[in-house]
Design a protein around this ligand. Structure first.
Ligand SMILES: Cc1cc2nc3c(=O)[nH]c(=O)nc-3n(C[C@H](O)[C@H](O)[C@H](O)COP(=O)(O)OP(=O)(O)OC[C@H]3O[C@@H](n4cnc5c(N)ncnc54)[C@H](O)[C@@H]3O)c2cc1C
Length: 468
């Protein structure tokens, strides 16, 4: 792919668009934009970082980049785990961090109109003041942006009851590489007119357009929240328990898994012994509702199911400080695993909920076959398990071979169970070589065709999802 370099005359024109202080050209300033949170991915230095603060600036940058054939990579909080925001071909790194205003909180319609750089956490806190709730809560919520959430169609721990980002986007505004603005939807709950434009941009990983405004649906804030931590020694019982809870129409917000390796690593990282840390795994079950009695009756029924399925105990966290401790431990998992295993590889496969036990058994076989450890945690209630393969004592040369074989076999196992290679982190850069495992040639050709219509000169986040 031949792209033009960002020379002095282009820098001058870009400075005229966004203002000199919103242009970074020095390596030390650009370094933090050369990577996201993807494990073991080398750095890709952008030639220039731009920080626009409105749609017109985004439009003018895109028009210039399109005309000059300069690659341009949109970036929100840079918390992505598939290399989506990494500027593979250098060029312009378009950081949406300054477009971070909550433009409107419409209480009557229960809608928030947002610039893309608003962080998920800020949105959560702001709407709570009005007794409203934005339920999509990725563990990265304090750093990831709503624009990045839309571009990845992110999920979170509350997905069992409340769904994921795509269930909340009612309106979008985006700028195409040609500079044209695309608007669809609005503060409306139903749309059989132009929702296809929203659908196509959800999960498009910054490859089709730059999202500049999002209208999100909100829901009333539940008044009562309770979390349960349930240790198990029998994984069959644990998986059966999760299924039975849902099949008994007890709809928790959250059903998360933490296996023993994850629990131990978190405990060590946080320097505190977590209860029942020798158990084979823990379930974290979150519940909410509007009446205390209603939630109490739900957790009693769930507790009975858990004990019936072999739980070692059921810990109940009813007050905010105790619930916050659980959330803190959940949020620290990725960081804790990275801290002790800097060379591991992360995956976020998804299988039908009923196949999670077969998946775990298959992973245990892979672990024995390759003599590697797998940490398993995450969104069990959605069948979306994060599987991190740890290098431990394997030397670097052997690790490269073992890693690629183990990932390939993990994906084959997942697919054989009716699953897919990513549930929420996207394909980005690191999973594109596996795309043909889950997509036919026809599907990939159709996606390439769509890309060509949106981005005829392939300037927007080139080299992501597939090679164009
Ligand atoms: C500790 C940790 C925990 C995590 N937990 C979760 C989790 O629970 N659930 C989950 O789904 N993910 C999780 N993630 C992954 C990540 O946080 C999400 O993918 C998130 O949506 C990325 O948002 P971001 O703003 O950081 O986007 P970035 O990483 O900056 O970008 C991600 C992609 O979106 C594109 N993009 C960003 N902004 C725009 C825009 N305005 N217009 C067009 N394209 C854009 C980029 O080009 C890139 O392809 C976690 C990551 C970490 C590090």
């Amino acid at each position: 792919m031949q792209y033009k370099k960002v020379d002095m005359s282009i820098i001058t024109r870009l400075m005229q668009i966004v203002g000199e202080k919103n242009v970074l050209t020095k390596d030390e300033e650009k370094e933090s934009y050369s990577h996201d949170e993807t494990l073991n991915l080398r750095r890709y230095m952008p030639e220039i970082v731009l920080k626009p603060n409105n749609r017109n600036q985004v439009r003018d940058i895109l028009i210039l980049a399109n005309k000059e054939r300069i690659p341009i990579t949109p970036r929100g909080g840079g918390t992505g785990l598939s290399g989506g925001a990494v500027p593979l071909y250098g060029g312009i790194l378009l950081s949406l961090e300054r477009m971070n205003k909550i433009l409107e909180l419409d209480k009557e319609n229960m809608m928030a109109v947002l610039e893309p750089g608003v962080t998920n956490g800020e949105l959560q806190r702001e709407v709570e003041k009005y007794e409203l709730f934005y339920p999509v809560n990725p563990a990265s919520l304090d750093s990831c942006t709503i624009g990045g959430n839309v571009a990845e169609s992110a999920g979170g721990a509350n997905a069992v009851k409340y769904g994921i980002t795509k269930n909340y986007v009612c309106g979008l505004e985006a700028v195409l590489p040609t500079g044209k603005t695309l608007r669809a939807g609005g503060k409306i709950l139903k749309n059989a007119t132009n929702s296809q434009f929203i659908d196509i941009l959800l999960g498009s990983e910054g490859t089709l357009a730059v999202i500049t405004e999002i209208t999100m649906k909100l829901v009333p804030r539940p008044r009562v929240k309770v979390d349960l931590i349930v240790p198990f020694d029998d994984l069959g019982g644990l998986c059966g328990c999760a299924l039975k809870i849902i099949n008994n129409r007890l709809l928790p917000t959250t059903i998360e898994l933490m296996d023993r390796l994850t629990i131990k690593t978190c405990g060590e990282f946080l320097q505190k012994e977590l209860p029942f840390s020798d158990a084979k795994a823990h379930l974290w079950i979150g519940l909410d509702g509007n009446k205390k009695e209603e939630v109490e009756s739900m957790y009693q029924s769930i507790g009975e199911i858990c004990l019936d399925k072999g739980a070692l105990d059921v810990f109940v966290a009813e007050d905010r400080p105790n619930r916050d401790k659980i959330w803190q431990a959940r949020q620290s998992i990725h960081e804790a695993l990275v801290h002790f295993n800097p060379k591991m590889v992360g995956n976020d496969i998804v299988v039908p909920r009923s196949k999670v036990l077969s998946l775990i058994k298959g992973i245990d076989s892979l672990s024995r076959k390759h003599s590697v450890s797998f940490a398993k945690f995450g969104h069990l209630g959605d069948g979306n398990i994060h599987v991190y393969i740890l290098q431990k004592n394997i030397n670097d040369t052997t690790w490269e071979k073992v890693k690629s074989e183990a990932v390939q076999e993990l994906f084959e196992l997942t697919i054989s169970l009716g699953g897919l290679i990513s549930g929420e982190h996207g394909i980005g850069l690191v999973k594109k070589k596996y795309l043909s495992l889950v997509m036919s040639e026809t599907q990939i050709e159709l996606m390439q065709g769509v890309k060509k219509v949106f981005d005829p000169h392939n300037i927007l986040n080139p080299g992501k999802i597939f090679d164009s």
